[in-house]
Design a protein around this ligand. Structure first.
Ligand SMILES: N[C@@H](CCC(=O)N[C@@H](CS)C(=O)NCC(=O)O)C(=O)O
Length: 229
């Protein structure tokens, strides 16, 4: 047995997905913060995957890709309880939807306007591990790339404001609960932890207040926070 580790970037939504699950299960996992400009070097042991999160379990097995990591953790340390509905249409289609639509919504809310992009880039440059020069470079050069090239295009293509996009996602999600507290019922399941991870990754940024205006969404979010140890 060796120490389990999770390689992360502080602001990466996929890392937050796995983090939430680890917190919920109270697992003893060391977090390793990767240098944002040196992912290839820091993740050389992943044989070319080179993305965070990467989970190395206490048997030394290396798992990549956030949803497969969550499934692995749930199976190995939790008897597969959170993914027991896998294979059912309602569960499978919502998990696929969350991993596609919620993932795509993170960049527009963080970088979708000039002001948002500026403040997000500054904050990211403070939160992530960078070298001395690259931290300053990122703070200034990161925002025109994220805002000017990626986010603006996405917001335009979607047609909704980033806030409306998130509110629609939260309305669709919470109205699928069939009267329960979570998508998983009276207890959250793996889909809830995936969705929670995407939303929680916005929480260090000031745009999170736009999401806080969604009442049902916040009720669910707060209930999820109570699931963490
Ligand atoms: N499908 C992957 C996506 C992971 C991903 O794109 N991670 C980003 C950070 S948020 C990354 O490591 N990018 C570094 C790179 O692509 O070089 C997952 O769910 O884990």
């Amino acid at each position: 047995m060796s120490q389990a580790t999770l390689h992360v970037l502080q602001t990466c939504p996929f890392s937050w997905k796995v983090r939430g699950l680890i917190d919920h299960l109270g697992l003893d996992v060391d977090e390793v913060q990767v240098n944002a400009m040196r992912t290839k070097r820091d993740l050389a042991f992943t044989n070319g995957w080179n993305k965070v999160p990467v989970f190395t379990d206490d048997g030394g097995e290396v798992i990549v890709d956030s949803t497969p990591i969550m499934i692995h953790i749930d199976k190995k340390y939790n008897n597969g309880t959170l993914s027991q509905n896998s294979g059912h249409e309602r569960y499978d289609s919502m998990l696929a939807h969350v991993d596609e639509a919620w993932k795509r919504a993170t960049i527009p809310i963080l970088y979708g306007s000039l002001g948002a992009a500026l403040s997000t880039t500054r904050r990211v440059s403070k939160m992530e591990k960078f070298g001395f020069i690259s931290r300053r470079l990122y703070a200034w050069a990161g925002f025109p790339i994220m805002w000017g090239i990626i986010a603006r295009k996405r917001v335009k293509k979607d047609g909704r404001t980033p806030k409306k996009l998130w509110h629609d996602l939260l309305t669709d999600y919470t109205s699928s609960f069939e009267g329960h507290t979570f998508f998983g019922g009276e207890k959250p399941n793996l889909v809830d932890f995936a969705a929670f991870g995407y939303m929680r990754s916005i929480s260090p940024f000031k745009q999170f207040k736009l999401l806080e205006e969604h009442e049902q969404g916040m009720m669910w979010y707060k209930s999820m926070e109570q699931q963490l140890k």
